[in-house]
Every structure is written in C-alpha cells, then in structure tokens.
Design a protein around this ligand. Structure first.
Ligand code: SAH
Length: 251
C-alpha cells in the first residue's frame, strides 16, 4: 500500500493528523527533500527506511515502491503542500495502477493557504474578487497558450503564482498587459509558515524590482489582487438583515 501524503506548506505541525499518523506507521518514506521540512521525518518510527526523492527519477521512486510492496511493506510518499498542486503525482498514480499497487491520497495544506494565513488575507472578498486563479509563469515547463498570464490577468481576480519568483520581469509585463492596474496590491511570500518566512508587499507595477532587490527567487509565491487592498463590502452571511438556513434576520 502506498499513501500519498501532503506534508503541508512548511511548519512541521501543519501536516494533518491523518498524515502524521500515516507517517508514524510507514515502513518506507519517500519525501520531496527540496521542499518538505525534514523535521517531519521525526514523526517516523525507528527503523523506517527514508529516501529523498529530490535526488531520484520517477523510475527510481517506483523501484523503491515495488521493492517495499514485494516485502509487504507500507510506503508513504510525502509531497510538499497538497499533492494536487504541481505535485507530479498523476504519473505516479498511473504507474501504480499499471502495476496493480493500491494507493490513496491524504490532502495537505497547500502553500497558497499557508501564504494566505501569513498575509492574513481573505482571497475571496465580497465585491472585490470571488475567484482565485492558481497558475505559474511559463518556464522550463510550458503553460498552454490559452492559459497565458495576460489572458488570466484580464479578470483582475486574486492570482497566486507558483514557481515564478525567478521570472518576475516577464510576469510583471504580462500582468500589466493583461489588465491589472499598476497600483494593484501584490506580495511575495517566501517560505510561508517556515521559521525563516519573509513577506514583501508591493504593487504589480513594482513587483519585479521588489523581488529582484530581495534576491528571494526560490520557494516563494507571488500573489496579486485587490483582496489585499482596503475596499470591500461586508459579507451577507453575517449581516443582521440577512436570513439564512440557520438564523433569522434581526431587522
Ligand atoms: N504542492 C505544493 C507546490 C509544489 S510546486 C503546494 O501545494 O504548495 C513548488 C512551488 O510551490 C515553489 O516553487 C513555490 O512557488 C511554492 N511553494 C512551496 N512551498 C512554499 C512555501 N512554504 N512558501 C512559498 N511558496 C512555496
């Protein structure tokens, strides 16, 4: 059995209770060493076999899993954040299916949620934006043309960019071209929820210069949108004049 487990965004206590339990029971752990906090390995039991997938190919990962299966062992594949976001898990799922190896998935706190907490931001603010776009600037991995940053920017929704902190020159140009006004609030969150987290606040127009000056081009998210501004309207849910399934209007 293979359990894919989301490690959470950084702080070791942000793994789910279920994820920590699975780690504690595993015979073999393969963790994404480039981004997973190594402190999480302290949840494993003594004698647990540990592999760092940052130094492995997909084929090598599968070899470890196959060997563990043949010995009747349980494997945890520990991915950073939540494995559904840039996790490269689908290719593993398909190989396991082909091999007839059973697996399941335990969700994790994605770094975009970790970053929202660090920023104390609400990404979906009434009358400002009711949409969160999760995307990346095209780098060595291409992005489909119909999802170009400029076309997504036209919505002026809350946008969270993964894997893009080293591409801010191109990114800023695309965001502005697409339709965000230059004074739209923006932020870079470096190592959200890690002890050495850093937050830089700027605007879409000053994004590239701010990030360049900081030198923080890895393990960072870039977020833009008026959800980080000062204007919004109150929610209907907690409005005294609004009746819901659970509460009568007070006026
Ligand atoms: N599955 C992960 C994302 C993996 S892609 C998740 O759900 O968060 C790797 C990218 O995620 C990094 O380049 C960076 O853009 C972002 N990232 C991961 N952890 C981060 C953190 N703690 N703070 C900021 N960005 C992070």
């Amino acid at each position: 059995m293979v359990h894919f487990v989301g490690a959470g965004s950084g702080a070791a206590d942000l793994i789910t209770v279920r994820g920590a339990k699975l780690l504690g029971e595993a015979d073999v752990v393969i963790y994404a060493g480039s981004l997973v906090n190594p402190e999480l390995l302290s949840y494993t039991r003594e004698g647990c076999e540990i592999h760092n997938s940052a130094k492995m190919t997909l084929e090598e990962v599968l070899e470890v899993v196959k060997k563990a299966e043949s010995e009747g062992k349980t494997t945890v594949r520990l991915h950073t954040g939540d494995s559904s976001i840039y996790g490269a898990v689908r290719e593993q799922f398909d190989e396991l299916e082909a091999l007839g190896i059973d697996y399941d998935v335990c969700p994790g706190v994605s770094s975009f949620c970790g970053a929202a907490a660090s920023l104390k931001a609400e990404f979906t603010l009434p009358d400002v934006s009711q949409t969160v776009i999760i995307t990346r600037e095209a780098g060595r991995t291409a992005v489909p043309e119909k999802e170009s940053i400029a076309s997504l920017a036209a919505h002026q929704a809350t946008m969270v960019l993964f894997l893009s902190a080293s591409l801010t020159e191109k990114l800023q140009k695309n965001l502005l071209e697409g339709g965000y006004p230059a004074d739209t609030p923006a932020a870079l969150v470096y190592k959200a929820t890690w002890p050495d987290e850093q937050i830089l606040r700027c605007t879409v127009g000053t994004l590239h210069q701010t990030v360049k000056d900081s030198g923080l081009t890895k393990t960072a998210l870039i977020i833009e949108g008026n959800c980080m501004g000062d204007e919004y309207v109150r929610s209907k849910l907690y409005d005294p004049a609004f009746t819901t399934e659970f509460r009568e209007a007070k006026q």
